[in-house]
Design a protein around this ligand. Structure first.
Ligand SMILES: Nc1nc2c(ncn2[C@@H]2O[C@H](COP(=O)(O)OP(=O)(O)OP(=O)(O)O)[C@@H](O)[C@H]2O)c(=O)[nH]1
Length: 438
């Protein structure tokens, strides 16, 4: 059994191997989302002087740059001094890259001393009920859900209007395989093709109750071995198995379907982040969020966590949809003094170029109608429901950074991640308050 009690719980193997990670960057970043191409070309106009940025191009953005905007001359690491980071212990690990066997997402730090206290200047918005319940061991507690009703203005998911496609894209699960993980937990990796782009989006399914309709559908002319090879089988594979369905198929199916119907599973919609998930970046909390979602979905069932298992929809939306090359430029702008939103706008991208129709379509294909969504992002809550509420978010489960939780020794601790989270709260409407008490 996995040691889920460890606060250092991570799906990451001791020696990271970027080339084999599912988060390796796609060959192309030609997102189907309405962002301009991230590929450099001879016709690409030069980066405008900051004063020439036209925020009106992105009318739907939360934040608009004033016409006189220029990147602040203050190093971004200064922003940390404005934050409530009194839970940080600057004497913890100082290495950016963890030593072998240690989670690289736990206890990261910067070379500079982190300030111990907070400026009263920053008072983040609070969302009632998003604190994680107290427990002696923060790593074993399930996250607390907040009821959501997206049909009302004050339904617990912010007031922003998401971009919704008129019609859901078509998705097709091409192959599924069992993946035993380094924690001992197993998951089934589902690889999807779709009608919107040519990227391989993924569904990481924990537990054996959730099945893909498109994967299970019989394909013309296929043999039983074809079905076994593409993962369209029930139960488990073993040497010598020749049929894709188990003998007691009918009873098992109806029981599985009943469980899915009765209990809204945990769902995380996760956007690819090569830097945070593969090369140990402490600029963002993406890797930690991926690990935490997997940890919660691996917890055994309990009264407070009735639907064990769950789904991580892993979308190839690197850099909030602008692609890795543009995100790296944005990081350079951030080192020059911009925050994560300003940097995107200076590069003539929206602050957030993502849409979530693919996630909705994949959840529909997996037969998941009602969900408990792990997110702080109000856009995701509304957008994943789709144009006709094909999926309904029953509850939202906040993703509290591990470093902010009382009693936690893990989590990402850096000046950069502090500034990044502050900007997401202040400018992107994230439903999170600094220094969540555990
Ligand atoms: N452009 C840009 N993208 C970033 C930056 N930092 C992280 N990202 C990307 O932001 C995305 C992270 O999004 P999610 O993990 O889905 O998180 P979220 O939208 O903030 O919402 P949550 O569900 O609350 O986590 C990934 O695609 C990262 O690559 C940055 O500074 N600039």
């Amino acid at each position: 059994m996995p040691d889920l009690n460890s606060p250092q719980w991570s799906l990451r193997p001791p020696s990271p191997q970027p080339s084999s990670s599912p988060s390796s960057p796609p060959a192309s970043h030609s997102d189907a989302i309405p962002a301009r191409s991230s590929k450099a070309s001879p016709t690409t106009p030069p980066l405008p002087h900051p004063s020439a940025v036209q925020p009106a191009e992105h009318d739907d953005e939360v934040h608009k740059l004033p016409p006189f905007y220029s990147p602040r001359p203050i190093p971004v690491s200064r922003a940390i001094s404005e934050l409530d980071l009194n839970s940080l212990d600057s004497h913890q690990s100082r290495s950016r890259i963890a030593s072998p066997g240690q989670s690289s997402r736990a206890g990261n730090d910067t070379d500079s001393e982190l300030p111990g206290l907070v400026s009263p200047a920053f008072t983040p918005p609070s969302t009632p009920g998003i604190s994680t319940p107290s427990s002696r061991d923060p790593a074993t507690r399930p996250a607390k859900s907040v009821p959501v009703d997206s049909t009302t203005a004050d339904g617990g998911c912010g007031s922003k209007k998401p971009k919704l496609l008129k019609k859901l894209p078509e998705v097709n699960c091409i192959v599924r395989a069992r993946i035993p993980t380094t924690t001992g937990t197993e998951m089934f990796l589902h690889l999807y093709h779709n009608s919107e782009d040519n990227k391989e989006h993924l569904a990481i399914v924990f537990g054996d109750k959730i099945r893909s309709r498109s994967l299970d559908a019989v394909r013309p002319g296929e043999t039983e071995m074809d079905r076994l090879i593409r993962g369209a089988y029930t139960g488990r594979l073993y040497p010598g198995r020749t049929t894709s369905e188990l003998a007691d198929k009918s009873g098992q199916r109806s029981k599985e379907e009943q469980v899915v119907k009765d209990q809204a599973p945990l769902v995380r919609i996760h956007s690819e982040c090569y830097t945070g998930e593969t090369v140990w970046s402490a600029r963002c909390d993406c890797g930690e969020q991926l690990d935490e979602a997997a940890r919660l979905m691996s917890l055994p069932p309990s009264p407070s966590n009735p639907s064990n298992g769950g789904v991580i929809i892993y979308l190839r939306q690197e850099g909030r949809g602008i692609g890795l090359s543009e995100k790296l430029k944005a990081y350079n702008l951030q080192d020059l003094g911009s925050d994560t939103v300003e940097a995107n706008l200076l590069l003539r991208h929206p602050a957030d170029a993502r849409s979530y129709g693919l996630a909705t379509a994949m959840l529909v294909d997996l037969g998941v109608k009602e969900i408990r969504l792990l997110t702080n992002n109000p856009d995701k809550v509304r957008a994943v429901e789709g144009p006709n509420r094909e999926v309904v978010v029953k509850e939202r489960v906040a993703m509290i950074p591990l470093a902010w939780r009382k009693g936690s020794v893990g989590g990402i601790r850096s000046a950069e991640v502090g500034g990044y989270l502050k900007t997401k709260i202040e400018k992107m409407g994230h439903m999170l308050q600094m220094n969540e008490a555990g």
